[in-house]
Design a protein around this ligand. Structure first.
Ligand SMILES: [Zn+2]
Length: 266
């Protein structure tokens, strides 16, 4: 089978994981910029990181026959330091035209704070000016519904942004309906032992259908599984879903969303 993982942090993974992706049929990935698990000391660290995402990882992936795309942005967890945040926002534009950058991401909210909202608005404005795709991170746990609503309201108030060029990730059962109703794409993130299991993701497909959904592993430096998309596809198969539907969910859907950026080649 052919799979695109639209949200996976390969810079945190080993080359063994690239081999596992290739053997499983995952030949295209996209990696959003995010928090590394510790606080970066200054803007130079962000230069290094954006170079890692746009130069090092595509080359590392290519050794395994995998196309690696990325998203550039300032993650909400890193928006609380106002001065550093301003410095990082000032360097982001110089990376956006690189050949494997698909847009702004993952940007969004974590604790729904004033500083997070300020950094989000600034990056949404940049995406709107450039007509770039947007990949949104929504808060986890109890802040999720409120944060998702704040994000959608900010985006919907900017008439330059078309909702079908925005993927709102880390959606859950209580946020999917509203995200879909406003015309956005939504992402389900899989986790090995918390939040989104393969069974739960397939339940969501059975309830909400296959339109505008992208399923991803979000595999990173913490407990996560780069083969989670394959396991979820297998759960669909086990329940008797047709191969055509599995192909649509794991390949055609992410391809349709990502292809809105002309740099993306299946
Ligand atoms: Zn992520």
């Amino acid at each position: 089978m052919k799979v695109i993982d639209p949200h996976i942090h390969m810079s945190s993974r080993t080359t063994d994981d690239y081999m596992k992706l290739a053997l499983g049929g995952i030949h295209t990935v996209s990696e959003p910029a995010f928090w590394p698990g510790y606080n970066r000391a200054g803007v130079a660290s962000f230069h290094d990181y954006y170079n890692l995402l746009t130069i090092t990882e595509p080359a590392r992936a290519a050794r395994f026959g995998i196309r690696h795309y990325c998203w550039i942005g300032l993650n909400s967890k890193e928006a609380e330091d106002r001065q550093l945040s301003e410095e990082v926002l000032a360097i982001i534009p110089q990376y956006l035209d690189r050949p494997t950058v698909l847009g702004l991401g993952e940007i969004g909210l974590n604790k729904n704070s004033v500083n997070e909202i300020r950094a989000l608005e600034s990056q949404l404005n940049l995406a709107a000016e450039r007509n770039d795709l947007i990949l949104i991170h929504t808060p986890h746990l109890e802040d999720k519904l409120k944060g998702t609503r704040i994000i959608m309201e900010i985006i919907r108030n900017d008439k330059r942004i078309q909702p079908d060029r925005v993927l709102i990730d880390h959606a859950e059962e209580h946020t999917i309906s509203e995200i879909k109703a406003h015309g956005f794409w939504y992402g389900l993130t899989l986790y090995p032992d918390s939040k989104g299991s393969p069974q739960r993701a397939v339940d969501a497909i059975e309830i909400y259908g296959s339109d505008r959904i992208c399923i991803n592993s979000s595999a990173d430096w913490s407990v996560s599984d780069p083969q989670a998309t394959l396991k979820t596809a297998n759960e669909m198969r086990r329940r008797g879903h047709p191969e055509e539907l599995i192909h649509r969910i794991f390949y055609e859907n992410p391809k349709a969303f990502l292809s809105q950026c002309p740099k993306f080649q299946g």
